[in-house]
Design a protein around this ligand. Structure first.
Ligand code: PLP
Length: 225
């Protein structure tokens, strides 16, 4: 693998090509650089190469990198890993958005934390479409209830859905299902527009299925230790 800057350039090109093949505009699909388990220096390198949107899996890990990254103008940091109820206050401070919300109780706590900070936090609902126990997210059958609950919270805004398909097998049906769920609920919730899906190994497929944000770690930063 090349340097982070070289990797980013290659991933951007591949993403743009995937958009063209799918008849989509490259500016309609955001590239998130997933920096989990890589040092703050890796974020700085990607930032130098023009990357602004980053994803981290853990509240504490993201917080530990803040001294190095907090001053970077325009840097946008999203939580993409499980959010524990006792971490909502910290998460509201550290992240611009939470892309992995899957419980009303957590949503309420995050809302309270956002309110006391005087901000509104965009969230994506993580949907568990894979039968694997290791995957997080709400079952598709619980989505309506969760969206209804979040709609009454004034300091968080449901902006879309997120999913992680199973490690093995064809991810396409899972991406297609997330899109179907988004379309289904967009009638009642017109602000539910985003689809966060696709990672290093499958972002091209995700783009074909309507992804609006691909989360790429390994292809940009290399293997995690
Ligand atoms: C780690 C992670 C990614 C990035 O995965 P890669 O295969 O390294 O691109 C994307 N999304 C989530 C939720 C992750 O935890």
């Amino acid at each position: 693998m090349g340097s982070i800057a070289e990797n980013l350039k290659r991933v951007r090109e591949e993403l743009a090509e995937a958009c063209t093949r799918a008849g989509r505009k490259p500016e309609d699909v955001a590239l998130m650089a997933v920096s989990k388990m890589h040092p703050a220096g890796a974020i700085l390198e990607a930032y130098e190469a023009g990357q602004r949107l980053f994803g981290e899996n853990r509240v504490q890990e993201a917080q530990s990198k803040l001294p190095a990254t907090a001053g970077l103008a325009g840097l946008e940091l999203h939580l993409i890993g499980p959010l524990q109820n006792n971490k909502t206050a910290k998460a509201a401070e550290v992240f611009h958005a939470v892309d992995s919300l899957d419980e009303l109780k957590t949503a309420r706590r995050l809302n309270d934390a956002a309110a006391s900070l005087g901000k509104t936090i965009p969230v994506l609902i993580e949907v568990k479409l894979s039968p694997e126990d290791t995957k997080h997210g709400i079952a598709a059958s619980g989505l309506t209830e969760l969206l209804d609950g979040i709609a009454s919270l004034e300091h968080i805004l449901a902006a879309g859905l997120m999913t992680v398909p199973p490690l093995e097998g064809d991810p396409r049906p899972y991406f297609a299902e997330l899109r179907r769920l988004r379309d289904l609920h967009a009638a009642a919730y017109p602000r539910l527009t985003q689809l966060s899906m696709g990672m290093s190994g499958d972002f091209q497929v995700a783009v074909e299925e309507g992804s609006t944000c691909v989360r790429v770690g390994t292809a940009i930063f290399g293997k995690r230790i």
